[in-house]
Design a binder for this molecule. Structure first.
Ligand SMILES: [Cu+2]
Length: 266
């Protein structure tokens, strides 16, 4: 039995990075990779246990199929066997629980970070503020605003909403959190590679919910610094202030600006 289990395990360990993803996304942040590896571990465990169950079933069906009226040997109260099939599943559950705990703790960890972004969701768009800097990104529906962050750095996000419940979801980060009015949800992620990743609202929040998309643009630390500095000229500052004022007015009056290039409704 040990050999039967050791063989597939050895095959998986030796094959290294070719362990299948079992339909999941490897992710681009450190925590999304941990979640992905946890998923792989669970899936491999399920395949081994499931395979074992199928083999035992087939073995019993074939070996003990009816071959006459004689009743085969009845095995009951076989203590070592009963102890084995009670203890082994308990050990498996403890193992899976421990691995989950480690990954979850990584997921909710909030290590100190120099990069802080205040993310504000609203009907129907996103606002990204960089406290301590003039950088300000605001965009609604078809404008698909960009949240710019540096690669290889912990990015701390303070997430909230101005009106109703929204969902901050980035597919390639294997990550989703509620954006709730009156509540600030905090989390930290570390994007490992540069690139542009699609984000969207995952909480049905009104008429233009489906257009509430944004991009996470991961750039090199030097590019990030240049981008931050680009807001330091007076013209951009004025633009940012105008956008902030427009947002405040829009929220105060409850009248949302319709998306520019999209026709909806009656
Ligand atoms: Cu929304």
């Amino acid at each position: 039995m040990r050999r039967a289990l050791a063989l597939p395990l050895a095959a998986l360990v030796l094959s290294g990075c070719t362990v299948p993803g079992f339909g999941a996304n490897p992710g681009d942040t450190t925590s999304s990779k941990s979640v992905f590896h946890l998923w792989q571990g669970f899936s491999i465990g399920a395949v081994i246990v499931g395979g074992l169950v199928v083999v035992l079933m087939l073995w019993s069906i074939i070996r003990d199929r009816r071959r006459g009226d004689e009743i085969p040997v009845q095995t009951q109260y076989h203590i070592p066997l009963e102890v084995t099939y009670t203890v082994v599943p308990i050990l498996i559950v403890i193992g899976l629980f421990a691995a989950t705990l480690v990954v979850e703790n990584k997921e909710v960890a909030n290590p100190s970070s120099n990069v802080v972004v205040d993310v504000n969701a609203f009907q129907w768009g996103w606002e990204f503020l960089y406290p301590g800097h003039n950088a300000f990104v605001y965009g609604q529906t078809t404008q698909s605003p960009e949240m710019v962050i540096p690669a290889g750095a912990n990015v701390h996000v303070n997430l909230t909403s101005t009106d109703v419940m929204h969902g901050f979801y980035v597919h390639d980060f294997n990550f989703s959190r509620y954006a709730q009015p009156g509540v600030t949800n905090q989390f930290t992620f570390l994007a490992q590679n540069t690139g542009t990743f699609l984000g969207q609202c995952t909480q049905l929040c009104g008429l233009y919910h489906s257009l509430m998309v944004f991009q996470v643009k991961v750039v090199t630390p030097a590019q990030y610094q240049t981008w931050l500095n680009s807001f330091n000229n007076p013209a951009d500052e004025l633009k940012a202030q105008a956008a902030a004022t427009a947002l405040q007015q829009e929220l105060a009056t409850g009248v949302s600006t319709k998306p520019a290039n999209t026709k909806f409704g009656r």
